[in-house]
Design a protein around this ligand. Structure first.
Ligand SMILES: [Zn+2]
Ligand SMILES: [Zn+2]
Length: 175
């Protein structure tokens, strides 16, 4: 994948995520956490509504939302590793504006403010078979999900293995 040469491989990001969690680092990238720490309430409000937001952005998809407030360490590490893959493209409004929620758009490997996240951009067609979390290729069945990690809202498509680990696996039979 030459399009994102500056994004470390998932295994390296996952290892970094585990180190951050072991150190008790905030569950968000440090430079964002500083800026967004005060945005917690607003983020929670948005998280409460995101189940309604995402179907508006991409109707027809079977969106799932994590509900449990304290995901397992393994799940947090996976989510954090996914966010770490998005930091090369951060919306300028998050850098210069006041504290506000951030959207980690995993498919686009970008972090956006709420307004920019509403501008739908299609992922590169060559990456349509890629899991947004572990970056495995050849995935044919995805589990779209949205969840909150600290002040950051994550939106992406997980492969079945990642969805299971994150606790977002769709329980009913596939249609
Ligand atoms: Zn923006
Ligand atoms: Zn995956």
């Amino acid at each position: 994948m030459t399009r994102h040469p500056d994004v470390p491989p998932f295994a390296a990001r996952l290892a970094a995520a585990h180190r951050m969690i072991a150190r008790g680092a905030p569950p968000a990238p440090v430079h964002l956490a500083d800026q967004l720490g005060a945005a917690g309430k607003e983020t929670q409000r948005l998280a409460d509504r995101i189940g309604a937001l995402m179907p508006l952005l991409e109707p027809g998809r079977n969106w799932r939302q994590r509900q449990d407030a304290s995901p397992s360490t393994a799940a947090r590490a996976y989510l954090l590793a996914a966010v770490l893959g998005c930091l090369s493209v951060v919306c300028p409004h998050l850098r210069k504006g006041g504290p506000q929620p951030a959207f980690a758009l995993l498919a686009l490997r970008r972090v956006s403010c709420a307004r920019c996240a509403g501008i739908v951009r299609r992922p590169p067609p060559g990456e349509a078979d890629r899991c947004d979390v572990c970056t495995a290729r050849g995935v044919s069945r995805f589990h779209p999900f949205a969840c909150r990690l600290g002040p950051t809202l994550l939106v992406g498509d997980a492969c079945p293995a990642c969805a299971e680990l994150l606790g977002i696996r769709i329980k009913e039979a596939a249609s």
